[in-house]
Design a protein around this ligand. Structure first.
Ligand SMILES: C[S@@+](CC[C@H](N)C(=O)[O-])C[C@H]1O[C@@H](n2cnc3c(N)ncnc32)[C@H](O)[C@@H]1O
Length: 444
């Protein structure tokens, strides 16, 4: 039996996800049905059997969910949506004993209230199950057994049954997040866009809680991203335990084979904050990735962690500045020039939130523009000490190349949640680093 699946992903990663799915089908499905489908903004379709749906959940690093498409029809009112949901054979998938959550998302829907539409889908499912079994399922928005998604356009309603449960970027090992962690599937997608492959040195000089590094190490060690978590499909009637156990066992064998032939990972990270590095270490420990090399370094003075050039990847702070606050000979906290300036400037002091890491670095969260001195120094480090490297920097700030005084080779639009970003690529080729004069026209 073949189903239609839709896999949402961060916008900008659709082509990368389609390529990943084709690889998953070739590597893990042993000829089980799989047909690639269309890429649409924010996701990718495919057709396949139940095993393909489970394999996508287990192996996709880029998808946010694996949704099973149940129905698609034009609508004009909430009543049309109720009728469409009522006619679905929900009893084929789950019983009234399972708890339920319904989510409705919409683009240009004429409906006044999405909450009311959500209620109508939930009512239809409950009414249907009561009709066939005499019982209604309970709603649980926090930890439901079953999730149903409705997607509304201006004219059409699509109903999906979720097979993932928690979103797939939750790999099951991260506890320590840090201030602004990237979602794992966005980090994995960016790694794919950089063209990095295991064996090539990888360095994140502002690694925070270590998302790029952990995703890269899992690729290098052949760890299936879903191997440490549970999935929504385990609660559905169609759940085939033996097929699932077979997929997991094969993933475990692949991981063991990679571990036995493992060489030095050549994956390096640094951050100015020792506190963040502790979080990263704790995450790597839980994920079983202890061999990533971490150092406390200010990125302004960074140098290449290894002689062989590789890929540098980072998402620098934005709207946040971090100042080194060293301790003097008697242990006193030394103020930087900026600290004194900020203390004098009462308006700015009002607009900032100040927090301090355990290690004495002072984090100043602010809506002011990012520090141009910081990016100039970062650009100088790249030019002077990263010859032969390819640097990829994700930011929502289109002026980044000008601030680094570097000319980008490419810029790829990507969405970090709702935030529109660019992934800038800088090729730091010997003798031909493309410099951008200060004040040059910002990148579009
Ligand atoms: C947006 S976060 C990166 C998040 C990271 N990708 C993750 O997934 O957790 C930016 C990081 O830059 C670090 N940072 C800020 N200023 C720095 C500097 N001068 N040198 C090195 N790291 C710095 C912060 O401590 C923070 O961890």
């Amino acid at each position: 039996m073949s189903f239609e699946f839709f896999l949402p992903c961060p916008r900008g990663l659709e082509a990368a996800l389609a390529a990943e799915l084709a690889e998953i089908a070739a590597r893990h499905l042993n000829g089980a049905p799989f047909t690639a489908g269309a890429q649409v903004p924010g996701g990718v379709h495919f057709r396949g059997g139940w095993a393909a749906g489970m394999a996508a959940n287990l192996h996709s690093r880029l998808a946010s969910r694996v949704l099973l498409k149940l129905a698609h029809q034009p609508y004009r009112s909430e009543q049309d949506i109720y009728a469409l949901a009522l006619e679905q054979r929900w009893e084929q998938w789950f019983s009234a004993n399972e708890t339920l959550r319904v989510d409705v998302t919409a683009i240009k829907s004429p409906l006044r209230s999405l909450e009311f539409a959500t209620l109508r889908v939930k009512d239809a499912i409950c009414d249907r199950l009561r009709e066939v079994s005499g019982e209604r399922p309970n709603v649980d928005t926090a930890a439901p057994d079953v999730r149903v998604f409705a997607f509304l356009t201006a004219t059409d309603c699509t109903l999906y049954l979720d097979t993932s449960g928690e979103p797939l970027f939750k790999r099951g090992w991260r506890l320590d997040k840090g201030a602004a962690p990237l979602r794992e599937n966005l980090a994995a997608g960016i790694l794919r866009l950089t063209g990095w492959t295991p064996g090539t040195p990888l360095y994140d000089p502002m690694c925070g809680s270590g998302t790029f590094l952990a995703e890269a190490a899992q690729v290098a060690l052949n760890v299936a991203p879903g191997s440490e978590r549970r999935f929504g499909f385990e609660k559905l009637r169609q759940y085939d335990r033996s097929v699932w156990q077979g997929l997991k066992a094969a993933a475990l064998d692949a991981k063991k084979a990679a571990a036995s032939s493992r060489k030095d990972l050549q994956i390096f990270g640094s951050d100015i904050s020792g506190d963040m590095l502790d979080k990263a270490r704790a995450n790597f420990q839980r994920a079983g990735l202890p061999s990533i090399v971490l150092k406390q370094v200010d990125a302004r003075g960074m140098s290449a962690p290894i002689a062989t050039p590789g890929i540098l990847v980072a998402n620098p702070p934005y709207g946040e500045r971090i100042e080194v606050r060293g301790r003097g000979p008697r242990g006193e906290i030394r103020e930087t020039g900026r600290d004194r300036r900020e203390d004098r400037d009462s308006r700015e002091a009002r607009d900032t939130r100040d927090s301090r890491d355990d290690d004495g670095f002072r984090r100043v969260h602010t809506d002011a523009p990012p520090d141009s001195e910081f990016f100039k120094a970062l650009g100088d480090s790249l030019k002077q000490r990263f010859t032969g490297w390819h640097a990829f920097i994700l930011t929502s700030d289109r002026k980044l190349p000008g601030q680094l005084r570097l000319r980008e080779s490419t810029k790829t639009p990507l969405f970090n949640g709702a935030l529109e970003c660019r992934l800038f690529r800088f090729d730091l080729i010997a003798g031909s680093v493309r410099q951008r004069p200060a004040g040059d026209t910002p990148a579009a």
